[in-house]
Design a protein around this ligand. Sequence first.
Ligand code: BTN
Length: 274
Amino acid sequence: MATPAAFQPLNAQNIQRALSTKTLGRTLHVLEEVASTNTAAVALAQDRAPHGTVVVAESQAAGRGRLGRHWHSPSGKNLYCSILLRTMPDREQQPLWLSWIPLIAALAVSRAVQATTELKPSVKWPNDILTGNRKLGGILCESGGIGTAHASVIVGIGVNVNVRRDEFPEELREIATSVMIEAGLPCDRAALLATLLVELETRCESFLAGNHGDILEEYLLRCSTVGRRVRIELAHGEHMDGKADSIQADGSLRILRDDRTPVDIRAGDVIHLR
Ligand code: BTN
């Protein structure tokens, strides 16, 4: 009997069959094991790999998360991919583009999971993908050569897809989840990746065409942070509490502190309170 699509290993053929993008994933590296797909994509970018190159792996020996954290990357169950973007707006628009890419990627992942499973994950600012309060996926963006003709941004995406709760390490069991746990069904990773790439491509194109307001509106519809009480983890173990008020045009999160002072947060770890 044939293996159901949800349990098939990732390979270039089943990904490409599902792909409907113009450029993302048209150059595709499917690896059995790698230290980190982001590290591999950074190396490919330095070797002048083209815009849209995607590295996907069945497992990562040293998967990297934000803020120097480790990303749990067991074999054959999840999605670990890195996408090389080379499209750049004019020089004065570049900071805006660079700060929006992680938010756009989170939006694309949330939409792709919904299209594939009917779950509707939310986005915790800036780019954690959640169902309820548990983390389903995360994004790590790394840029290089900005200001040169070889500028690149690597969008690294990890989504917990077909892991069972007992397969998470103890310390993640209460804070992480997977598509299969939430939907009650395993999910075809090749179809999810192909959907994610087309969602990312169309939203990047739209943003670069100047439709910033549309992307902000779509992001706000998915964002579970705005309107909540939050704690911002600052350096040296300090924190700041307040109410998440809005997303600013530059992608930063505006917090209203308890004395109503507005503070715009550009980067940081947010905890949803209550
Ligand atoms: C986070 O901390 O939330 C970001 C996690 C990003 C993990 C992905 S998995 C694919 C890519 N390769 C990596 O080493 N990290 C990213």
